[in-house]
Design a protein around this ligand. Structure first.
Ligand code: ADP
Ligand code: ADP
Length: 239
């Protein structure tokens, strides 16, 4: 069943730049999708539209049957809670511990004052520690976030997204500031999370070789439009 649907979505920025131009797209639960395209093609705009980090200019985006474009208040928070996000520059709170950073993924499940005081129930801590374990950096839980290497910090940000217990993870150029070896580790982590947990993952990349190696479905963008959309042929698949 389709989990994410774009219906004639356009996004024009206030300065007149076209982010997205009449996008129609459908992504199923459990897909592993890589979006490729040159800088300025619209990849970030596409991803940011899915969890409504910005409003689109026209069209509708449906997440699990509900319009995130039209959602307000509690409903919007509820839809967003199911969507984790990973950024190129990690976006961690540098001076906080790894565990505190990961726990911040639980915020959507609580009232704000608890988050401000850092009062998370034991259950949240267990979820956060499990997430750290899944990306193999449990032993760093009490270290300061900025004491970790780039690859480790990106794994913390994956753990933060996981602790949200999302159905969808969006990753905007997650490997752009990493070296080739760490890039592979992060891509392998994301792939494993998709396979083991069934979480839908959409990754923006600007390297086509990496996309071809990992993507089960590759979406190519140019000038705000989808110019290519294909499932990679899997020869071992029968049906
Ligand atoms: P990327 O290609 O990874 O999206 P960019 O360097 O294009 O990165 O953009 C970095 C940030 O600047 C993003 O938050 C993007 O939304 C914003 N941005 C990009 N182009 C413009 C622009 N022309 N005017 C204002 N902000 C922009
Ligand atoms: P990509 O992620 O593929 O590099 P973007 O989605 O960042 O592409 O950018 C698509 C187009 O939208 C570009 O022309 C870019 O300059 C413009 N753009 C992106 N973010 C902003 C912004 N915040 N303000 C104005 N223009 C932007």
């Amino acid at each position: 069943m389709s989990q994410i649907e774009f219906h004639n979505v356009s996004k024009i920025y206030p300065n007149g730049h076209i982010g997205l131009k009449d996008i129609n797209l459908s992504i199923d639960e459990g897909e592993f999708v890589i979006v490729v395209g040159l800088s300025g093609a619209g990849k970030s705009t596409l991803l940011r539209s899915i969890n409504r980090l910005h409003d689109v200019t026209s069209g509708d985006i449906i997440i699990s049957g509900e319009s995130i474009t039209k959602a307000k208040g509690k409903k919007l928070l509820e839809i967003r809670r199911n969507i984790g996000m990973i950024f190129q520059t990690f976006n961690l709170v540098k001076r906080s511990s790894v565990l505190k950073n990961v726990l911040s993924g639980r915020v959507g499940y609580h009232s704000t004052w608890k988050m401000i005081l850092g009062l998370f129930p034991k259950k949240d801590k267990i979820i956060a520690l499990e997430a750290l374990d899944r990306v193999n950096i449990l032993e760093k839980a009490h270290d300061r976030a900025d004491s970790l290497s780039g690859g480790q910090q990106q794994r913390v940000s994956i753990a933060r997204a996981l602790s949200q217990q999302p159905k969808i993870i969006l990753a905007d150029e997650p490997t752009a500031s990493l070296d080739p070896k760490t890039t592979r580790q992060v891509m392998n982590d994301l792939k494993r999370i998709n396979e083991d947990m069934g979480i839908t993952i959409i990754i923006n990349l600007h390297f086509i070789d990496l996309a071809l190696e990992y993507g089960e479905r590759i979406i190519g963008m140019r000038d705000g439009k989808v110019v290519y959309d294909d499932l990679k042929v899997n020869t071992s698949e029968e049906d």
